[in-house]
Design a protein around this ligand. Sequence first.
Ligand code: HEM
Length: 165
Amino acid sequence: MKKLQGAKRESTTPTPCYEPLRYDQAMEDHEVYGVIGAEGFERLVAAFYRQVPHDQVLAALYPAHDLAGAERRLRDFLVYRFGGPTNYIEERGHPRLRMRHAPFPIGPLARERWLQLMDNALAEAALPAQAEQQLRSFFRSTATFLINQSEDVSQTLGNRGADSA
Ligand code: HEM
């Protein structure tokens, strides 16, 4: 009874703008590679990067001349992070994701676009539901962790228009 009352009180606290980490998932992160394999990560990350050049916010951030390299880095990182071979660590060292993202202005809009493209990629890849849930949860919390500025002002076309007016 006490527990229920506690849960009720919690639900009145403000909802965070990202999904909190969950502890009741049946699959562990390191088991995901065993389920979807290298092929699953390849399909997912390829589907993500296929959209990047067409996104108004993200296209400006990613290296147009080396999208294939960027695709490989994200794929190798995810493979390592979710229980597969550690090529990423051997080639790039410790991920240090916040430090590596520091050169790119990442505000709430960039986070939202990144997650939207990744949601599209997850839908296209049609991975087993439990693996998809683990990945989605990791993407949400990591994308929030990578925000390094409160606004995306310099990136939006709308703002560029306003500047030149
Ligand atoms: C929040 C929105 C995000 C933006 C705007 C963003 C942007 C970028 C950009 C521009 C790069 C450089 C591309 C390259 O040459 O490698 C990059 C690299 C990378 N990103 Fe993100 N990213 C975001 C979120 C994430 C998330 C959620 C993850 C993890 C799931 C992630 C993992 C990586 C990795 C592993 C690299 C390569 C790091 C390296 O070894 O150099 N990023 N990101």
